[in-house]
Design a protein around this ligand. Structure first.
Ligand code: 2P0
Length: 351
């Protein structure tokens, strides 16, 4: 039986003495997007972003230190990891080892329930869970802010999945030393009024994407003439979004989220060569969202580095929105998500 851990963080040093830990984290969907880095090594973004952590698609990651082993052993969804996925996990563990002053290699086993690579942010839940599990196993005593900073180094969006509900990820100071920038770039919870939000997720294509978001954002920053103007307008969007969330104004939250996402995709379409994640099925869902609005249902779309659509609406409208979306893409799968929990360690029977 699963039970909630009342204290998700802290006491990591004592647990680390056991040399193993298991953590669970959920994906998040950005309402104000992270798109573009100013430092690839430190994973420092060019803009602040803001997201809702979901209550679906958790990633569970187990890590066990393997003293004497010559290399890390990483299993993702039951299969040995290789290539870029393995390289990223090992680089992340190297960072944790350096901080912990402990050279032991590790055995990592991670289970995603989100379709990997489908633009549904499996790297966010993945690196948030890995950061928490690895910090505990190697004995790093981190509070939630420090954990968010660490998760960021694995994948930018993972910094936000450390927290539940709504979180803002600060880009951090644009000037100053690297250490100051690193310190300032972490997520934190965002106060929200009476919003009662749901995200209706339309998976129109669960296959892997053709261009990684990492490569796509690099290309956009380097070549898109629209990038800077989107980045500037995104700052205004964030300010307005915070006010709309606090007021519990679902229409305003949705309008701002939708324009921010469409603007991000516009920057990609103008990149050279263009990056186009939106498919005909995406546009069919967007037409359905427009019809809902015309019928008086507040529903607003956001899309990430893939063709899938997440429709923000009131929870009380979620069934109707889900029906419309299902009718729009008969081959797709649709589910309703709500705000979910932050990353937490599992203990004993939970594992
Ligand atoms: C977001 N995305 O804010 C944006 C919107 C995709 C579109 O965060 O290079 O996997 O590992 O820091 O976090 C996807 O980017 O990229 C992402 P890296 P990440 O959710």
């Amino acid at each position: 039986m699963r039970r909630e851990s009342p204290a998700p963080l802290g006491h990591a040093r004592e647990r680390g003495a056991t040399g193993g830990a298991t953590a669970v984290a959920h994906p998040n969907i950005a309402l104000i997007k992270y798109w573009g880095k100013r430092d690839e090594q430190l994973v420092l973004p060019r803009v602040d972003s803001l997201s809702m952590t979901l209550d679906v698609f958790p990633t569970t990651t187990r890590i066990r230190l393997a003293p004497g082993a010559g290399h890390d052993e990483v299993t993702l969804d039951g299969r040995p990891a290789g290539g870029e996925a393995l390289r990223r996990v090992v680089a992340f563990l190297d960072l944790v080892r350096e901080r912990a002053g402990l050279a032991h290699r590790a055995v990592v086993d991670s289970e995603n329930t989100v379709p990997t690579g489908a633009g549904l942010a499996s790297s966010a839940s993945g690196f948030a869970a890995l950061a928490l599990a690895a910090a505990a196993a190697y004995g790093l005593d981190l509070d939630a802010t420090a954990l968010s900073r660490l998760a960021r180094r694995g994948s930018g969006s993972a910094s936000r999945s450390v927290f539940g509900d709504f979180a803002v990820w600060h880009a951090g100071p644009a000037s100053g030393t690297a250490a100051e920038a690193d310190l300032g770039s972490h997520a934190e919870p965002v106060p929200v009024g009476d919003l009662d939000a749901a995200l209706v997720i339309a998976v129109v294509d669960a296959g892997p994407k053709t261009v990684s978001s990492r490569e796509a954002m690099r290309r956009t920053v380097d070549t898109s003439p629209l990038y800077e103007s989107w980045a500037v307008s995104s700052r205004g969007d964030l300010t307005e979004m915070r006010a709309a969330l606090l007021a519990g104004d679902i229409e305003a939250v949705g309008e701002i989220a939708e324009r921010n996402a469409l603007g991000m995709h516009a920057t990609m379409l103008a990149a050279r060569p263009a990056v186009r994640y939106l498919s005909p099925a995406t546009l069919t869902v967007l037409d359905g969202v427009l019809r809902l609005r015309r019928d008086g249902v507040p529903a607003y779309a956001t899309m990430d580095a893939g063709p899938n659509v997440k429709v923000l609406c009131r929870r009380t409208d979620a069934d109707r929105v889900a029906r419309t979306v299902r009718d729009a893409v008969p081959g797709g799968s649709v589910l309703v998500a709500g705000p979910g929990p932050g990353a937490r360690l599992l203990h004993g029977d939970d594992r």
